[in-house]
Design a protein around this ligand. Structure first.
Ligand code: UD1
Length: 363
C-alpha cells in the first residue's frame, strides 16, 4: 500500500489533482491518498467551488496560509507542511503545476528525504521575471520523479542536466479533468444567465502580475479590448488580484465605460468550462486555458510575450500576441474571420494521464 500526499494550493491545482485522486480511490488496494490544501487560495470562488465542481474530497489537512509576499507565503507553507509530512510519513508526495505551494512543499520533502513527484514538469517560458518560472526550475531540480505533459518539456529537462531516468512523459492530466467534466458542464446555465448564445461572444481572463500590476500594460490591453468589443461582446470573469488592481490603478471608470466588456465574478470549473467551450475566441494570460482551448479547438490569444506551453502554438489553436494593442486586435480579427486554422490535440492529451502517473508511482 502506497501512502500518497497530494498537495493543492491555488486554483489551477484542483483540476490537476482531481483525476489523480479519483484514480487512486479506484485503486484503493494499492493507494492510500490524502489531500493537503495549503490555503494559498482561500476564497469560496477560488477554492471551495472547485472542490465541489471537481468532486474532490474535502482536504484531509488544511494549512490555512492565505496571502502574503512570495517569501512570506512560501515560508508559511513550508513551516506548516513539514510537521504534516513528519506525522504522516508518506511514501510519495505529489505536487502539481508551478505555484508557490508546489515549490514550498517539494522543498520540504527533499530536505526530509521523502520522495516527491512533480506533475506538469519541464515547462519553461525562459522568462525568469515570472514567479512561476522560478517555481518550475527549482521544483524540477529537486523532485525525484518528473511527469511531463509534452515532449518539449522532456527536452528542457534533459538540457538542464536532469537524468532521463527521472523523467516520464505521461501527457496532460488537466485534459483528464476536461474529458471527465464536459458532459456535466452541459448542465450549467451560465450562458442563459448571461443572455449569451453559443459562438456569439469572446471570453477574457487576466491575472498575471506582469499584466495587471502595471498601469501602462493594463491600459494597452484595455485599448485592444475596446476595439475588439466593438465587434463582439467580451465576458471577463475577474480574478481577485485583478479586481484589486483595477481599483488601485484607478481604471474602474474607464472599464465601466466599455459597455461590451462585461465583468463578472470568478466562475467555478463547470460554469467556466461551459462558457469558454462555446466561445468564439478566448483571450488570456493563464497557462492552463491555453491548453484547454487547444484540446477543444477554440482560438486562443495569449496576452503575454512568451509561453511555457509551445505545443499549444505548434499543434494547437494558441497564438502568443503580447500586449501591443495593434497586434492583439489584428490577431483577434483574423481569429474571428471564421476561417478555421488547422490544429490537432497534442500526443497523450487523451484523458488517461492520471492512470499513467499511478502506474509509475507504483513501479
Ligand atoms: C497564483 C499563482 C499563479 C496562478 C494563479 C491562478 C503563484 C506564484 N502564482 O497567482 O501561478 O496562475 O494563482 O489564480 O503561486 N486573493 C484573494 N483570494 C484568494 C486568493 C488570492 O483575494 O483566494 C488575492 C489576494 O489579494 C492575493 C492575490 O489575490 O494577494 C494574489 O494571490 P496569490 O496566491 O499570491 O497569487 P495569484 O495571483 O492568485
Amino acid at each position: 500500500m502506497l501512502k500518497v500526499i497530494n498537495v493543492v494550493g491555488a486554483r489551477p491545482n484542483f483540476m490537476k489533482v482531481a483525476p489523480i485522486m479519483a484514480a487512486m480511490k479506484q485503486r484503493s488496494s494499492q493507494f492510500e491518498p490524502l489531500v493537503v490544501h495549503t490555503g494559498q487560495h482561500y476564497d469560496e470562488a477560488m477554492s471551495d467551488a472547485f472542490l465541489r465542481d471537481l468532486e474532490l474530497p474535502q482536504p484531509d489537512i488544511y494549512l490555512g496560509v492565505g496571502s502574503g509576499s512570495h517569501a512570506a507565503q512560501t515560508a508559511a507553507i513550508m513551516e506548516r507542511f513539514e510537521p504534516v509530512v513528519g506525522a504522516e510519513k508518506p511514501d510519495w508526495v505529489v505536487v502539481v503545476g508551478d505555484v508557490n505551494s508546489t515549490l514550498a512543499c517539494a522543498l520540504v520533502c527533499v530536505k526530509l528525504g521523502v520522495k516527491v513527484a512533480h506533475v506538469e514538469a519541464g515547462l519553461r517560458s525562459r522568462d525568469r521575471t515570472m514567479p512561476e518560472e522560478i517555481n518550475r526550475l527549482l521544483t524540477d531540480q529537486i523532485a525525484d520523479l518528473l511527469f511531463t505533459p509534452s515532449i518539449d518539456a522532456d527536452a528542457n529537462l534533459i538540457a538542464e542536466g536532469i537524468p532521463p531516468e527521472r523523467i516520464r512523459f505521461v501527457g496532460n492530466v488537466m485534459i483528464d479533468s476536461l474529458h471527465q467534466n464536459l458532459e456535466r458542464a452541459r448542465q450549467s446555465t451560465i450562458k442563459i444567465q448571461l443572455g449569451l448564445t453559443a459562438h456569439g461572444y469572446a471570453v477574457l481572463t487576466l491575472h498575471r502580475p506582469s499584466n495587471v500590476d502595471h498601469q501602462d500594460t493594463f491600459i494597452r490591453i484595455l485599448a485592444a479590448l475596446e476595439t475588439i468589443s466593438a465587434t463582439i461582446p467580451i465576458i471577463f470573469p475577474v480574478h481577485p488580484r485583478t479586481r484589486r488592481m483595477i481599483a488601485e490603478l484607478g481604471l474602474g471608470e474607464r472599464i465601466s465605460e466599455m459597455k461590451n466588456l462585461r465583468l463578472i465574478d470568478p466562475l467555478g470549473y463547470l460554469d467556466f468550462l461551459s462558457l469558454y467551450s462555446a466561445a468564439r475566441l478566448v483571450l488570456t494570460d493563464s497557462g492552463g486555458i491555453q491548453e484547454e482551448t487547444t484540446a477543444l479547438g477554440i482560438p486562443c490569444l495569449t496576452l503575454r510575450e512568451n509561453t511555457e506551453r509551445p505545443v499549444t502554438v505548434e499543434l494547437g489553436t494558441n497564438t502568443v500576441v503580447g500586449t501591443d494593442p495593434r497586434r492583439i486586435t489584428d490577431c483577434a480579427v483574423s481569429a474571428l474571420d471564421g476561417k478555421a486554422r488547422r490544429w490537432s490535440v497534442p500526443p497523450l492529451w487523451d484523458g488517461h494521464t492520471a492512470g499513467r502517473i499511478l502506474d509509475e508511482l507504483a513501479r
